[in-house]
Design a protein around this ligand. Structure first.
Ligand code: ZN
Ligand code: ZN
Length: 416
């Protein structure tokens, strides 16, 4: 049997216009509604009732893990997601180019995103990676750019530690902070990690500030990418890969590096869908096509779409509703046509609620739909938050993938 898991980021919503419909309820979704009629609905608290999820922790929970136990931070997923080879013991960061001016041995942050630099990042990174840190630190590093100012940073060396603070002040015209051991972590390895990071960012300015790319940027009136900000220190989480627990092979199709990274950490393989951007302009038909192809070799496919969350953060109700309608027409419809429903189970849900009025994640449960031959159908026939509250599956927390794989008779038995 095959399985498809679709997570529409930030799918859940609140009533808009004082008690009106949510974006999902307002969207015209004939295909999702047909699946709702054939299958069953419920509500899922991504992590637990009342817990406001981050996307990374929510995904770990939906995939069957306890993020309170295994989550070490976001950086490791960013590094994995952009294709870096992360080994146990490596310390990973979300990192980005920034614009600073030096001031008495410190650096004043003028732009946290280096003017959203859009070219020359590879050359800057190459120069940056030529730095050799002080030998006694015994630390090697790699910075890899991803999109615009964004990238990831990996430190490698014996005894390094993720218990270090960040250097991003999250404010303009503020001093870049020193990396420091977190409270209670003043051991040699953590101090050495912080020292390596401080040396690295100081030298990033020395080597980047008059780099040809930056001289050209300044001539063109653009902000130089002359410094590195890093945050989200983390290392590889200790977890049992999905394949080891359920005996199934899985592939991920996601435009966003974070989601590819999470899936890689859980043991899935990446399948690239041409035109998948991780934004509202993503090619959903391409994702459907890639998923159908992947199902020929993998037991399950995880498809992530991000546009719903982006529209929620942008407080764009029309944009979120329109994107949900595109999911229905351009992702769900071709999947409905392309899979063998006698031997496929599908689940679709969100990783949290991103209400238009609030513009950030909130803790309400999100609607979930399961459909396939082993699902006991309920009396619902519309995919939406309130209808899901009346669904036959009830309400629970996390574990969306384990429940999906149980329908495929892949759940390990607990006890005898
Ligand atoms: Zn999310
Ligand atoms: Zn979000």
């Amino acid at each position: 049997m095959k399985a498809i898991l679709i997570i529409a980021d930030g799918l859940g919503g609140r009533p808009t216009d004082q008690g009106g419909e949510t974006c999902l309820e307002a969207a015209r979704t004939p295909h999702l509604d047909e699946l709702a009629a054939r299958g069953a609905l419920g509500l899922v608290d991504p992590i637990a009732p009342g817990v406001r999820p981050g996307s990374d922790t929510a995904h770990l929970s939906l995939l069957g893990y306890d993020p309170h136990v295994i989550y070490t931070g976001r950086g490791v997923f960013e590094c994995l997601g952009i294709g870096m080879d992360v080994k146990r013991g490596d310390i990973c960061f979300r990192a980005n180019f920034a614009t600073v001016t030096p001031n008495e041995g410190k650096f004043i942050v003028k732009d946290r995103r280096a003017g959203r630099i859009s070219s020359g990042q590879e050359e800057l990174a190459k120069t940056l990676n030529s730095i050799s840190l002080e030998k006694s630190l015994a630390v090697e590093f790699e910075f890899r750019p991803s999109t615009q100012h964004r990238g990831a940073l990996l430190l490698r060396g014996d005894g390094l530690s993720r218990y270090v603070t960040e250097n991003d002040p999250h404010k303009i015209d503020a001093e870049a902070l020193d990396f420091k051991p977190m409270d209670g972590h003043d051991d040699e390895g953590t101090c050495r990690t912080a020292a390596a990071l401080n040396e690295l960012v100081t030298r990033s300015y020395e080597i980047l500030h008059d780099h040809p790319v930056n001289r050209e940027r300044e001539r063109a009136g653009e902000k130089p990418a002359n410094y590195i900000l890093a945050r989200g220190a983390s290392d590889l989480p200790h977890l049992d890969p999905i394949a080891a627990v359920y005996g199934v092979s899985g592939a991920v199709i996601a435009g966003g590096a974070l989601y590819r990274g999470i899936a890689l950490a859980c043991g899935m393989e990446v399948r690239d869908a041409p035109g998948a951007t991780g934004g509202l302009d993503t090619d959903l038909r391409s994702k459907a096509k890639t998923a159908l192809a992947a199902l020929e070799t993998f037991d399950y496919v995880f498809i992530h779409v991000k546009g719903t969350d982006n529209a929620g953060h942008d407080q764009d109700a029309a944009g979120k509703t329109a994107f949900i309608e595109r999911i229905d027409a351009e992702l769900i419809a071709p999947l409905m046509k392309g899979v063998d429903w006698k031997e496929t189970h599908l689940a679709i849900t969100g990783d949290h609620t991103t209400p238009i009025d609030y513009g950030d994640h909130t803790a309400e449960p999100v609607p979930i739909l399961y459909v396939g031959p082993n699902v006991r159908s309920d009396s619902t026939s519309v995919f939406g938050e309130r209808e899901a509250g009346r669904g036959g599956l009830g309400r629970w927390s996390g574990k969306v993938l384990p429940i999906l794989l149980n329908y495929n008779n892949r759940a390990p038995k607990f006890g005898s």
